[in-house]
Design a binder for this molecule. Structure first.
Ligand SMILES: [Fe+2]
Ligand SMILES: [Fe+2]
Length: 252
């Protein structure tokens, strides 16, 4: 069956156009803070097999400059990755929904980068030249290179996992900023609000990548995604902690 004929094409196209219409204008924080219901639904929707311990959020908040610098680089890489995926369609004409979804994601991630770097500059934080991401590095090693559609599906699974794990961490960072008596400094509360404001968009990205992967390989999707979830849960527990969104918990 041609992918372009699949019924869900219109759903993805719709999601793509929603990405575009959700793009924030030139203000400091996009969207509105999520309410409790949205957080519960978003967290319940994440299929991650390992849940980050709640102490993780307080630990990363101890070094806000490193946390935001890491986050800025992740947004930059997310934007670049969406553009890179744009022309990886295996053969034939690239479907409109694919182009729409990925260009919208690239635009949103670039906008997130703008917001995070503005936040950093306001607080006198520096953007580093270099950035390491051991979590993504370990996932990318497992991509089946040279395997056509399977490789592309793997790249989408990796992108979906990065988005899903980021969402889980954003929820933690937003939630501790909301807790009464959390004893957070004003900048930390502001960071919590920043993550709350980005959450809805990132949940949309996670869902979109997963849906694109499902459309690409409908017969293999269920088993492959299960495998990826299991690998991800192992990797995040094996890599060390640092003040960053996708840090590991081996020594937390
Ligand atoms: Fe983002
Ligand atoms: Fe994203």
């Amino acid at each position: 069956m041609e992918l372009s004929n699949l019924r869900s094409e219109t759903e993805i196209a719709k999601q793509g156009s929603e990405f575009s219409s959700n793009l924030s204008q030139d203000h400091e924080l996009p969207g509105v803070a999520p309410d409790r219901d949205f957080l519960d639904v978003a967290l319940g929707d994440l299929p991650l097999l390992y849940r980050t311990p709640s102490r993780w959020a307080r630990r990363v908040m101890e070094d806000p400059e490193s946390l935001l610098n890491d986050h800025a680089h992740l947004e930059k890489k997310a934007a670049a990755n969406a553009l890179e995926l744009l022309c990886r369609w295996p053969h034939g004409e690239t479907p409109d929904y694919w182009v729409r979804a990925l260009t919208s994601m690239a635009a949103e991630e670039s906008d997130h980068l703008r917001l995070v770097t503005r936040f950093m500059m306001r607080h006198g934080y520096q953007l580093s030249r270099h950035h390491k991401n051991p979590y993504a590095g370990r996932l990318h090693v497992l991509v089946r290179r040279g395997a056509g559609r399977a490789e592309l599906a793997d790249r989408l699974y990796v992108a979906a996992l990065i988005e899903a794990r980021s969402c889980e961490r954003f929820i933690q960072l937003y939630s501790i900023g909301q807790e009464l008596n959390s004893n957070l400094k004003p900048v930390e509360q502001e960071i919590g609000r920043l993550y709350g404001s980005l959450l809805e968009s990132e949940v949309g990205h996670y869902r979109a990548f997963l849906r694109l992967a499902r459309e690409l390989r409908p017969d293999d999707h269920e088993l492959e995604w299960k495998d990826w979830l299991s690998r991800e849960s192992q990797i995040v527990q094996e890599i060390p902690f640092y003040s960053g969104i996708l840090s590991g918990t081996s020594d937390l």
